[in-house]
Design a protein around this ligand. Structure first.
Ligand SMILES: C[S@@+](CC[C@H](N)C(=O)[O-])C[C@H]1O[C@@H](n2cnc3c(N)ncnc32)[C@H](O)[C@@H]1O
Length: 343
């Protein structure tokens, strides 16, 4: 076995690694310097340097989301090349516990974890700035993974919804397993990242009044485009959630300060993601991830959306989140489409 290179912090490779980390270069770049330090592998010495000189000294408040992405990517890189990961790094690794059914086709569909929610979760964790400090509302939330990720990236309010009562009960259990409180106090002014609101919302019976109440900044959905009979209801829900602009008085009634900027453009939501800085995107925005199992069902959804003046943009080619969650072989990350819906 090749002898591990001794740690010499004045070695230019280590200085490059440290500078790249401090400059918050993309994790891949920092990792490539880490590999150079170890002579083509991320040795324990290089990991120890990263731990002591980069991670432990980072300002979590400022660099927190970047740090999480970096550590996750680093661990995946070390593990996939058969290396040994330092325990200290594992302790910073993100772990969520979920109770879900292993058979997607048995019982309630919402008690299984579907590939699009893995994708949407990776998207949230890869581009946290889009969601932090935003009120986020998910339709057809199932086991609740997307909500857990939204809480993790500090969305100001997380509202999960589903039309199935046993799915909702399982979702609440999962939130509690991950130390999140569940509640219904939607009017609460006070933002509390540990609180996730769970709402029973069957699309076919959700009234406009009820929907207008939520006033989210961002709407999300994973694997909700599959049953043609529900699609007209789903599109109606998206229309009302996305494009109901409240008057200042109604904003106050809905428990939020009136902010004129929310009535304008969502374009500067993030500097990270080219796809969300499109100046043509006005109003609220929805991100819907979907596996296309039946093209007719998707085309039907698109035609209903068009009739309702929704603009559906396929972001699949532009959106490349980190790939670190366990997809089933028949639905790898690349088989999932990501749609942005705007007005
Ligand atoms: C295929 S599962 C996807 C669950 C989760 N989003 C995921 O990706 O793991 C579809 C979800 O939508 C919910 N759903 C289906 N039809 C619905 C309706 N008409 N109203 C509300 N929720 C519905 C189901 O209960 C289920 O949780």
């Amino acid at each position: 076995m090749a002898k591990e290179k001794e740690l010499d912090v004045s070695d230019p490779s280590y200085l490059h690694l440290l500078s790249a980390f401090l400059a918050m270069e993309p994790p891949d770049v920092v990792i490539s310097f880490a590999r150079e330090c170890g002579g083509d592998s991320i040795t324990e010495t290089a990991q120890s340097f990263i731990w002591h000189h980069c991670i432990s000294k980072a300002d979590v408040k400022w660099q927190g989301p970047y740090l999480k992405r970096f550590i996750k990517k680093l661990i995946v890189e070390i593990e996939s090349s058969g290396g040994v990961v330092l325990d200290a790094l594992y302790e910073r690794k993100l772990e969520f516990k979920l109770q879900c059914s292993l058979n997607m086709l048995e019982g309630d569909t919402g008690c299984s974890i579907w590939p699009s929610s893995l994708f949407l979760s990776e998207f949230i964790l890869s581009f946290p700035d889009i969601f932090s400090n935003k009120c986020c509302f998910e339709v057809g939330s199932g086991v609740g993974l997307v909500g857990i990720c939204l809480a993790h990236v500090n969305a100001s309010k997380v509202i999960l919804s589903d039309g199935n009562l046993s799915t909702l009960a399982n979702m609440k259990l999962n939130l509690e397993l991950n130390h999140l409180r569940t509640g219904m106090q939607l009017l609460d002014h006070h933002t509390n990242c540990n609180m996730v609101h769970c709402v029973c919302l069957p699309w076919e019976s959700a009234s406009e009044d009820e929907l207008c109440y939520f006033t989210p900044d961002i709407i999300l959905g994973a694997d909700v485009i599959y049953d043609p009979s529900f699609l007209p209801h789903l599109v109606r829900v998206l229309v009302v959630l996305n494009f109901t602009l409240l008057s200042p008085r109604e904003e106050v009634r809905a428990g939020r300060e009136f902010d004129a900027s929310q009535h304008k453009v969502m374009s500067n939501a993030t500097q990270n993601a080219e796809f969300s800085s499109d100046p043509s995107v006005k109003g609220r925005v929805a991100y819907i991830a979907s596996v296309v199992r039946n093209i007719d069902t998707l085309l039907y959804f698109l035609s209903l959306a068009k009739q309702s003046n929704l603009i559906v943009t396929d972001l699949s080619e532009k959106v490349k989140p980190f790939n670190f969650l366990p997809y089933i072989r028949s639905y790898p990350q690349s088989s999932i489409r990501m749609f942005r819906i705007s007005y």
